[in-house]
Design a protein around this ligand. Structure first.
Ligand code: GDP
Ligand code: CA
Length: 329
């Protein structure tokens, strides 16, 4: 039995993990996969606790995702959201489908009756059977907020708004000066999180947003240290291809924290485990192969392969390439 642990955000993490499972089903069927999921995007809407990244992974791996959107369920209506809006309540910029709402109702009921988020997640996964152990990064609420650098609508420059409002309502087009994780100082890693890193054979950073998905998980006390000290090989997959954040706006996050939106920029931002960073290996796209010497010079083993997760065979191949990159160490 081998153990592979993944630190994931939503869509990028979910697609990658689907490919990883397909790879392992053939190459190492006896492998157990744990996915530690960012909960910094979690929020309260209309009295319900929404966990966007946990649900995207649970639905994707459980066969219940709306593939076009990357979140929510297929063929669901928005009738309940429209009814809430008719009361003048709710958030016009964040719609929740009727089938998806059932998940949030069940989760919120569990939380209100004393379950931890880990327990509620385990309960929801009994239905969806994602084929992995899905762990929230923390059971305590940790919410990513952004500091606005300009006035917009009812918000003034210097105000903090929830990351999801910046991302979904403003499409990350409003300038921000930084990110904070509210609740972080009181947060601890959820049960099983540090052990899953310490006892893994491989820890994989999928091509998730380096700032607000992976970066938030790394900020949970103990997680970064666990990645530095684990006997596992730690390998990451670049979310940046040809200087562009594919299918997303991660460039807006990277530029805010002063990291170049390139495959090498993100690789160096994570850094080599030989010099205080977290990576043994970093997989980049074939079109970014010119970055290989710079990564090697920084002590990061790297290789260039096709990184577009366009279909399952390509995604399966790149997941296999990520594990092989560090397997020979
Ligand atoms: P979110 O929480 O739903 O935003 O999802 P993640 O944080 O897990 O992943 C978002 C990131 O996935 C984006 O910033 C993209 O850079 C990356 N991404 C999306 N599609 C692809 C792809 O096909 N290939 C690669 N390499 N990265 C991708
Ligand atoms: Ca997310």
């Amino acid at each position: 039995m081998r153990n592979v642990t993944v630190l994931a955000g939503g869509v990028g993490g979910a697609r990658f993990t689907r490919g990883l499972l397909a790879h392992l089903a053939v190459a190492a069927p006896d492998t157990a996969v744990t996915v530690i999921v960012n909960t910094g995007d979690d929020l309260w809407l209309d009295g319900l606790r929404i966990c966007p990244d946990l649900d995207t992974i649970m639905y994707t791996l459980g066969g219940g995702i709306n593939e076009e959107q990357g979140w929510g369920r297929p063929a669901e209506t928005r009738r309940t959201s429209a009814e809430i809006a008719a009361y003048g309540r709710g958030w016009s910029w964040f719609t929740l489908g009727d089938l998806d709402l059932a998940t949030h109702i069940v989760r919120t009921d569990l939380l209100r009756n004393g379950s931890t988020l880990s327990e509620a997640t385990e309960f929801l996964c009994r239905r969806w059977q994602p084929g992995v152990r899905l762990l929230p990064m923390s059971d305590q609420p940790v919410e990513t907020h952004v500091c606005l650098a300009e006035n917009i609508d009812e918000h003034a420059s210097g105000d903090y708004i929830h990351f999801e409002e910046w991302w979904v309502r403003y499409r990350a087009r409003v300038a921000v000066s930084g990110f904070i994780q509210r609740g972080l100082t009181d947060a601890v890693a959820a049960p099983g999180v540090l052990k899953a890193i310490n006892t893994a054979d491989f820890v994989v950073l999928p091509p998730s947003n380096p700032v607000v998905s992976v970066g938030t998980i790394l900020a949970v006390p103990g997680v970064r240290d666990a990645l530095r000290s684990t006997a596992a090989q730690v390998v990451g997959v670049s979310p940046i291809i040809g200087g562009v954040a594919v299918r997303g706006m991660a460039d807006a996050c990277l530029s805010t924290i002063g990291v170049e939106t390139t495959a090498v920029g993100v690789g160096l931002h994570y850094g080599s485990r030989h010099s205080g960073g977290i990576l043994d290996g970093w997989l980049i796209d074939e079109t970014d192969a010119t970055a290989l010497p710079a990564l090697a010079a920084a002590g990061i083993r790297s290789a260039a392969v096709p990184l577009w997760m366009t279909d399952l065979p390509t995604t399966t191949a790149l997941a296999g390439a990520a594990l092989r990159l560090v397997a020979a160490n």
